[in-house]
Design a protein around this ligand. Structure first.
Ligand code: C5P
Length: 264
């Protein structure tokens, strides 16, 4: 919970640069866009000793593929990454090797994904009107044009999230033995990242989560708890989260297809 505690305190510190930036005509025109990439999971099951975010997808670590999507999106200004403490040096050398110029911070993550995001949130210096995106480190197939779409929707609605509609019929079962109810597929969405928020709103949501000792699997859920519903931006089925061996194999196929289509 330490990360959540300090998120508010650091945001107050972020108030000082607001005064500084106020004088710049450019900053009055466009809010800056920051990206937080939580990549501090311990997921070693997939790769034995290697954490899954550092597994190679063809010749490059998954986390590098992910970061390059944001590096190549002209709407993104700065990127910060949370990694396990023992991976900080490795991450820093990847940043310099692959010339990821937008990465301004590599820091340590927390116990849960939410703690990792909070750790970065309290270290970034931004203004209340800036935009903060959160994107899973193990989601390497988000197209820069979709990142831009989420940013645009966030500017209008304060919160925006990529999602796709499920292709399968979804049924509910409480006991796990028999199906009880078929859900209306048209009303269901599989939620992806990036998720984008006005900075002041995200900080408010994290403060509220801290106050209520609430943990969620994504930031949109925390923001809902302070009364804001994120705008849905239609995503792509390629934007998978690499969790299992099957995902890794699927990831290799997607990468080949992207290469053939000249998307990389
Ligand atoms: O575990 P999950 O699939 O939700 O992880 C999504 C992302 O959050 C991954 O990139 C993972 O490395 C990251 N994560 C983190 N800190 C944790 C747990 C997960 O940054 N404590």
């Amino acid at each position: 919970m330490k990360g959540l505690l300090s998120a508010g305190a650091d945001f107050r510190r972020a108030g000082r640069p607001w005064i500084r930036h106020r004088l710049s005509p450019m900053s009055r025109i466009r809010p800056k866009v920051f990206v937080i990439v939580p990549a501090a999971g311990s997921g070693e099951r997939l790769g034995g000793q290697v954490k899954k975010q550092f597994l190679l997808l063809r010749e490059k670590p998954i986390i590098v593929h992910t970061l390059q999507r944001f590096e190549h999106c002209s709407d993104v200004d700065e990127i910060a990454i949370a990694v396990p403490e023992q991976s900080i040096a490795e991450m820093e050398s990847l940043v310099s090797h692959y010339r990821l110029h937008k990465v301004s911070l590599v820091t340590v993550g927390g116990v849960h994904r939410q703690d990792s995001v909070a750790n970065v949130l309290r270290k970034f210096v931004f203004r209340p009107s800036d935009i903060v995106l959160v994107h899973d480190g193990v989601r390497p197939f988000v197209e820069p044009k979709r990142i831009s779409q989420v940013i645009r929707a966030c500017k209008e609605h304060d919160a925006a999230v990529l999602g796709v509609q499920p292709k399968d019929t979804i049924r509910r079962s409480r006991g796990g033995e028999f199906f009880e109810e078929t859900l209306d597929r048209n009303a269901l969405w599989q939620v992806q990242t990036p998720q984008a928020f006005k900075a002041s709103l995200l900080v408010k949501a994290f403060k509220n989560a801290k106050r209520h000792r609430m943990y969620a699997t994504d930031e949109a859920a925390l923001v809902e708890r302070v009364g804001v519903n994120a705008k849905i931006v239609e995503g792509s089925y390629d934007n998978i989260k690499i969790t299992t061996q099957e995902d890794l194999e699927l990831g290799r196929l997607i990468l080949e297809r992207w290469r053939t289509k000249g998307l990389l």
